[in-house]
Design a protein around this ligand. Structure first.
Ligand SMILES: NC(=O)c1ccc[n+]([C@@H]2O[C@H](COP(=O)([O-])OP(=O)(O)OC[C@H]3O[C@@H](n4cnc5c(N)ncnc54)[C@H](OP(=O)(O)O)[C@@H]3O)[C@@H](O)[C@H]2O)c1
Length: 233
């Protein structure tokens, strides 16, 4: 049985990823700050309560991984929206702590346990490639992760471990809906030629496909219903 570890497991994409990996027969260590939210995920799930942005939290996660780790999926993230004029230093720093430092330092802590043939998958965002006002901390932190991922694909690749990023566009989760009403969501959906936003399960199925494809590494896979493919009519 393969073992996977998923951060942000209580959220929309994280929970869907845990469910998708379970359905493929993985044992899944599911990391969240709210362990209670994870117990409902069922058999095969090992809940790990941890704050990713602290050294203690990352040490707790590393201690919970007893054997070889086949799939490491970094899903946890925060998405503050502050334009430059009112952007707080604290917002910038917290965003990088959770979105960049936490997954990179957790990867470093878990690297000795990553099994040959395994994969490290970072959930980033299309905002790293195509900007929107008010997203500086978020877009920059996700772009930094994609840069780091390419280096990791070279360093970890030497021992058969792959690294890649999955960059979703708008996906219907609590993060996407925060501060938006139904009309806002409908307006965003209209930006895609498909006329809708994505579903967390659609991202999760790409995570599983990427984890299983033994030649996929060093790449950023976009999943956004063609929202960033070009200009709308
Ligand atoms: N939804 C979208 O449109 C979209 C688009 C592009 C990229 N993404 C990316 O997809 C990922 C998942 O987002 P989502 O939409 O599923 O959002 P979500 O429902 O808000 O989930 C975010 C998750 O991050 C975890 N998290 C946040 N801060 C944490 C911390 N300090 N320590 C540990 N865990 C922390 C939360 O877990 P706990 O609160 O339980 O600890 C939560 O499970 C994020 O990286 C996000 O940037 C989302």
């Amino acid at each position: 049985m393969k073992t996977a570890l998923v951060t942000g497991a209580s959220g929309g994409i994280g929970r869907a990823t845990v469910e998708a990996l379970l359905s493929r027969g993985h044992r899944v260590l599911a990391v969240s700050r709210q362990a209670r939210a994870l117990t409902a995920l069922g058999d095969g799930v090992v809940p790990v309560e941890a704050e990713l942005s602290t050294e203690d939290g990352r040490a707790r996660i590393a201690a919970a991984v007893s054997g070889p780790l086949d799939v490491l999926v970094h899903v946890a993230g925060v998405n503050p929206r502050e334009p430059l004029a009112s952007m707080r230093e604290d917002t910038l720093r917290t965003c990088f702590e959770v979105n960049f430092f936490a997954p990179i330092l957790l990867t470093q802590a878990l690297a000795p346990k990553l099994a040959a043939g395994g994969a490290v998958i970072f959930v980033t965002s299309t905002l790293s490639q195509r900007a929107a006002p008010g997203t500086l901390p978020y877009a920059a932190s996700k772009a930094a992760v994609e840069g780091a991922m390419r280096v990791l694909s070279l360093e970890l690749g030497e021992r058969g471990v792959r690294a890649l990023a999955i960059a979703p566009g708008l996906i219907d989760t609590a993060m996407m809906r925060e501060g938006r009403n139904e009309q806002d969501v409908a307006a965003l959906a209209a930006l895609s030629p498909l006329g809708r936003v994505g579903d967390a399960a659609e991202v999760a199925s790409l995570v599983v496909a990427a984890a299983e494809n033994r030649f996929l590494s060093g790449a950023v896979l976009t999943i956004d219903g063609a929202m960033t493919a070009g200009f709308p009519r």
